[in-house]
Design a protein around this ligand. Structure first.
Ligand code: ADP
Length: 383
């Protein structure tokens, strides 16, 4: 097992265009950590993973694994195991042979190979299938064989590139739990790419959020932190909008009052909302976006609605039994963007009617015109 260190890593596929894909990526990944790279499609997640694996050159910057600089070390000598979205199993070989193949290539002795394969099969629950060919396995079982093929190599770092995206929804949840269990059992350093932020939130010790690189930006690493740091203290509006499902709501307004522990924001729709945010670096009259997560909204008459309330016309309601969703037109939202409410209780209301919803002051996030967050002074707990 090993630490992985990225320092000022940059990737440019085509220097002639001068356009970088990744810039100034600094990550300190500790031995045994489960790290997830998330971000919208095309932001460079796979590129970053492939650079760690040695399948892509690093344009500039340093990559260190276990204390050794790896930039110029070939993939086969990096002691890394990679699991891809496509399982790429050999169809004519049994599960045992598929898992043993890489070790045979290394001329390992038969008994060591057998022990490693049996051990991996035990961890992954594959013993009953060792003599089967891939075509006689389900998608989830095939993916487990692909993971097993990696485990037998005893790599110091596991790299997973969207390993569950070929599986159906139910199997994804099952495999997600299995991967979490695998990490607990073998305590390996794992770097995992996904665009599914529920996978990111549930699996990761730390999440690295990437965005498509803007020409003038210093870096496209938006934030690197624990799932709850990202959920409770997103550093900017990009991370706030990316982490959390359903997405955070954003309301346009301007600061009207700045205190030590809270500030007041007048929404473009006229309501005044109190936010438990330190806006001392801002100024009265400054344009801001107020963020509030759908699951933190409360009934308008609740004592928790100490931040204020907003009203809007209901567009659609969804009652899922355990959760109730309401989508409404809030005039302070950007044009064409609905305001989403998630309650644990159902409301008897129809499309076209007006609904008022309460906002706890400690549930508010605040972002300046550049999208940078003001620090929160309190974090709302639903309890
Ligand atoms: P993600 O995994 O986040 O979807 P990728 O790492 O696959 O993103 O791609 C990031 C960007 O780099 C994309 O704009 C993609 O078109 C570009 N890219 C990826 N591979 C290559 C390549 N071999 N040559 C040129 N551009 C590439």
């Amino acid at each position: 097992m090993a630490d992985v260190l990225l320092s000022k890593v940059r990737k440019n596929y085509n220097p002639a265009t001068l356009k970088d894909t990744l810039r100034n990526i600094n990550l300190d990944i500790k031995d045994g950590d489960f790290i997830v790279f998330v971000g919208p499609s095309g932001c460079g997640k796979s590129t970053l993973l492939r650079m760690i694996a040695g399948l892509e050159d690093i344009t500039s910057g340093d990559l260190t694994i276990g204390g050794k600089r790896m930039n110029d070390v070939p993939p086969s000598e990096r002691n890394i195991g990679m699991v891809f979205q496509s399982y790429a199993l050999y169809p004519h070989m049994t599960v045992f042979e598929n898992m043993a193949f890489g070790l045979k290539l290394k001329h390992m002795d038969k008994e060591t190979i057998r022990q490693r394969v049996v051990h991996a099969a035990d961890i992954l629950g594959l013993e009953p299938f060792l003599e089967r060919k891939p075509k006689a396995l389900s998608g989830g079982q095939r993916q487990r064989v692909a993971i097993g093929r990696c485990i037998v190599q005893q790599p110091s770092v596991f790299l997973f590139d969207e390993p569950l995206s070929n599986l159906d929804a139910a199997l994804r949840v099952k495999m997600r739990l299995e991967i979490a269990k695998l990490h607990r059992d073998i305590n390996a350093t794992i770097i995992y790419v996904t665009h599914d932020q529920v996978e990111a939130m549930t699996l990761a010790d730390k999440i690295c959020v990437l965005s498509p690189l803007k020409a003038s930006a210093e870096s496209n690493l938006e934030q690197f932190g624990t799932p709850l740091e990202l959920y409770n203290h997103p550093v900017n509006q990009f991370v706030a909008g990316f982490i959390g499902s359903p997405k955070m709501n954003f309301l346009n307004g301007e600061i009207t009052e700045i205190g030590d522990k809270e500030c007041k924001v007048k929404l473009t729709s006229g309501e005044i909302i109190t936010a438990k945010v330190n806006a001392s670096r801002g100024e009265v009259g400054q344009k801001v976006q107020l963020g509030v997560r759908p699951e933190h909204l409360v009934a308008a008459d609740s004592p928790k609605a100490d931040g204020g309330k907003i009203s809007g016309k209901v567009i659609v309601t969804e009652n899922l039994g355990a959760e109730f969703f309401l989508y409404m037109e809030a005039p302070a939202c950007d044009e064409g963007v609905d305001f989403t409410v998630k309650h644990e209780f159902a409301i008897d209301i129809k499309a076209g009617e007006t609904y008022s919803v309460g906002i706890p002051a400690s549930a508010c996030h605040l972002f300046d015109a550049e999208g940078l967050a003001f620090p929160r002074t309190e974090v709302y707990t639903r309890g």
